[in-house]
Design a protein around this ligand. Structure first.
Ligand code: E4P
Length: 214
């Protein structure tokens, strides 16, 4: 499973990158709005920290505008991926980006049919927002499972990025399903590392080591 970090905060990205298990980054307008500085400078810095894919989202709601914005974003760095919403115009834009060899991340995916359409259009990645689906009372991870099955049924090349992750349980279940990527907030990455029995075990080993003759 590939690990992306879901933030635009460069300190958090550096911290996660130091672990050596970070494969990419996803940003969105909300995440960028929390940071200081021009968004292009922030994205450029992120791309210099992480060599893997860095998603940057278009704001236009029309295919022409999306393509224009996406091409501008691509100038920031070679590892920029264009995030496009799963709407009618987004499907058109994804097809056009795909034809030009520009990689895309189909974002705000809330149904298997949306995922089917964007995969057919040639999206490089598809992002089901599991936490937001949980928030409205449906099991978000069911969509991940559906997308994995559908992409497998038709040998679509699109990779599933499990998004809007809120807990270690989301990561665990997505990994069991074989999801390609999880984009995870730093807080949850840190929770993945921790287990109380590991801490207790270390404490005991260190205490016992004091009794060993040296
Ligand atoms: C994914 O690419 C999105 O940036 C993100 O996962 C959204 O998550 P949220 O529901 O926590 O805003």
């Amino acid at each position: 499973m590939k690990f992306f970090i879901d933030t635009a905060n460069v300190d958090q990205i550096r911290e996660a990158a130091e672990l050596g298990v970070l494969d990419g980054v996803t940003t969105n307008p909300t995440l960028l709005s929390r940071e200081k500085g021009a968004f292009r400078d922030i994205l450029k810095e992120i791309c210099s920290i992480v060599p893997g894919p860095v998603s940057a989202e278009v704001l236009s709601l029309e295919a022409d505008g999306m393509v224009k914005e996406g091409k501008e974003l691509c100038k920031i760095a070679d590892n920029i991926i264009i995030k496009v919403p799963c709407i009618r115009e987004g499907i058109k834009a994804i097809g056009r980006f795909n034809a030009e060899g520009i990689k895309t991340n189909a974002t705000l995916c809330f149904s298997a049919n949306q995922g089917l359409l964007v995969a057919k259009a040639g999206a490089t990645y598809v992002s089901p927002f599991v936490g937001r689906i949980d928030d409205v009372g449906s099991p978000g991870l069911d969509l991940v499972s559906d997308l994995i099955t559908i992409f497998d049924n038709y040998s679509y090349a699109s990779e599933v990025i499990v998004s809007s992750i809120r807990s270690v349980q989301h990561v665990y279940e997505a990994a069991l399903m074989g999801a390609d990527v999880a984009t995870i907030p730093l807080k949850v990455i840190e929770q993945l590392i921790k287990h109380p029995l590991t801490d207790v075990g270390i404490e005991k080993f260190l205490a016992d080591w004091e009794k060993v003759e040296k």
